[in-house]
Design a protein around this ligand. Structure first.
Ligand SMILES: [Fe+2]
Length: 182
């Protein structure tokens, strides 16, 4: 087990939650190139795409969040967002550039539309650079817990849209959420 992410084996009924994001309230957007993308840009040629998040409906939020253990909800009531990433078909190497999530520290991702994309995590190295430490490939229906306060990126598939339902903890650290879930 690393300190960046772990696959969760918990039951979460998310049936009919994945509303068309364009009908939802846009919550935020990571631009094409984030602060921590600079080191990687020097090593590898890729096209970076924006990543948009949307606020899930109140009904969906209540239904999903209430399935989490009480001992976790006693610490923090998380938010529920939908993440949407669109990879242009004409780009061979396309990714959500390395970044840290500025508005949350821990995420539980429930994957819906996946195409073998690799989620990579990095650590800070000498000289202000970042280096990859580990990665995983999520499949549709998988649930993964991640420390999004650490630099991470997603290698996307050209022409494929990726959609993730994501439970967001604004202030509860990864280890605390993990211990409450496992
Ligand atoms: Fe992120």
């Amino acid at each position: 087990m690393n300190s960046y992410f772990t696959k969760l084996d918990i039951p979460l009924d998310v049936e009919a939650v994945f509303t068309d994001p364009t009908a939802l309230l846009c919550n935020g957007e990571y631009l094409k190139q984030q602060k921590y993308g600079l080191a990687l840009l020097r090593k590898k040629a890729f096209t970076s795409v924006p990543n948009r998040s949307y606020v899930a409906s109140a009904e969906d939020t209540q239904r999903i969040i209430s399935q989490l253990p009480t001992r976790l909800l006693d610490i923090e009531i998380p938010k529920l967002w939908v993440l949407d990433m669109h990879a242009p078909a004409e780009e061979k190497e396309v990714m959500l550039a390395p970044h840290v999530d500025g508005v949350r520290v821990t995420a539980i991702n429930i994957y819906r539309n996946t195409h073998g994309e690799r989620t990579c995590f990095y650590r800070y190295a000498a000289g202000g650079k970042i280096e990859e430490v580990d990665s995983f490939v999520a499949k549709d229906g998988d649930i993964w817990l991640m420390d999004v306060s650490k630099p991470h990126a997603v290698e996307l598939k050209p022409g494929k849209n990726r959609r993730v339902l994501t439970i967001s903890f604004i202030s509860t650290p990864y280890e605390v959420v993990r211990d409450a879930l496992t």
